[in-house]
Design a protein around this ligand. Sequence first.
Ligand code: ADP
Ligand code: MG
Ligand code: ZN
Length: 607
Amino acid sequence: MEEPQKPKKSWISYWIIALCVFLLLQAFVFPNLFKGRVKEVGYETFISMTENNEIGSVTIESNQITFTDKSEKQVYQTGRLDDPDLIQRLYNSGAKFESQIDSGTSPLLYILISYVLPIALMLLVFHFFNKKMAQRMGGGDGSMMFGMGKSNAKVYVKSTTGIKFKDVAGEEEAKELLAEIVDYLHKPERYKEIGASMPKGALLVGPPGTGKTLLAKAVAGEANVPFFSISGSEFVEMFVGRGAAKVRELFEQANKQAPCIVFIDEIDTIGKKRGAQLTTNDEREQTLNQLLTEMDGFKGNQGVIILAATNRPEVLDPALLRPGRFDRQVRVELPDLKGREAILNVHLKKIKTEETIDVNYIARMTAGASGAQLANIVNEAALRAVRMGKDSVTTADLAESVETIIAGAEKKNSILSEEEKRIVAYHEIGHALVAAKQSGSAPVQKITIVPRTSGALGYTMQVEEDEKSLISKKDACQKLEVLCGGRAAEEVVFDIVTTGASNDIERATDIARNMVTRYGMSENFGMMALQTGGNTYLGDPAQSTCSPETARLVDEEIQEIIAAAHRRAKEILMENREKMDELAAYLLEKETISGEEFMEILEGKTA
Ligand code: ADP
Ligand code: MG
Ligand code: ZN
């Protein structure tokens, strides 16, 4: 669904090509054109013709002699040698001395052929290339003749995007806000009557892959007005000053076509805070200034609406965000359970599926996935179905593709020794058992010890029953215990530690650090923020704001929190040692077991 990326206009290369053509023509073709009537001859021919009185007229230049025969039909040329009494002999032979011998081409024609023709040819080549480029861009914009003068905005209208609000699942709040803009574009009179003016711009803010670009296209599709789309990075090009010029041209075009929508994707490329960096980027600042000016330049009711998208709102220049510019911020968040179900449904409609797809189950498996990831999961499932020679997609295909995307594909023939397999089995059962023994903790969905291409030797998948927006300290601690469960099992059963817990350790440390530094869940610090910043959407690491001494205390506390969870996990496992052996044996035999099987054994229904 990515929009076609327009190739960069390499007009420099046209100039180079054109120049080459010009030089080649000059060097090889044109000189010969004028040689038609001129014949190069040796000096001895000249002497013998002089002696035989055959010379008509003659021109003597510093290094060459041009002469004709008596009929003046044929023009000859020869080099000039040191010949003192040449003039006298020529005079005696009755030759006429001329200042210039007409070589058969009129000066006008000469200029025409040697200068005007190549330039015309050059322009033709130029034009041809431009046409081709315009076609490739799909714009077919005839006015792009000299390419360099125009902005890169592509014009979209309804027929070319074809995307409607119904193609964007979930994101109801965002759609509601944008629907108002569409409504305005449809009947601006209603708004004018009351005196309401539309916001000039709306900024779509959210993590990558949540459908920001898609929403903007849907607005254009619904509004049925021209849609100019340009990416922030396209403004910042090779030549200084071009960015600002491009902004100007873009708005010129847009104003002509109003009502219309201008969409600036990834606006953070040009909209970064000015003067915040150590090295300033003049080009970018100029571009931004121009954008700010243009946004002020037209009245709200003129019908040019600017949409922009970014996943880094915190770096945007405050001037962009003030009322009168992007005064409306539309948050496009990661979908919740209902949203994920809706998105899955939208994408499942595009493929052939079994009657009974458990969409809810898949949605619960994919907590935290973005719309783009969900679309990818559905496509992976379809690919898998084809690979398996089936003619429709099943829930199992979807579940498998979720795992493929989370954990990598199954490694078919990796060799694990029996001992290693046993350790992995106990490790995974350790996680699952701790999770199952905690009241309120989500039950496990699936446990597998089939190695994955991502390097995981096995994993335990937990599926949340419903999503929590608030996580209590108890929840966080329980999560830590589950993460510690794998390592704890290795210690309890084999009395060894392995590298298999590295990912668990990383995640546990992350949770514990956040508990202390961000959520005020620690004993020592209470409600004190100990780190700042970090991009909310891109997961940039946050910076610590405390003194080195405090940082040391923070580290100690994190360590204590994890150690406590580790102890608790070990306790749980030792209390349930028999069940653990039973479960591990079953897992070793089956390699993959479902949550139900696990619970049945745990509750002793089968044995
Ligand atoms: P971004 O927010 O990074 O601009 P896009 O709009 O490019 O994300 O979304 C990428 C793809 O993900 C879309 O083309 C679409 O297939 C899918 N997608 C994302 N969000 C949704 C959604 N809410 N409903 C349906 N599909 C979605
Ligand atoms: Mg995008
Ligand atoms: Zn583990």
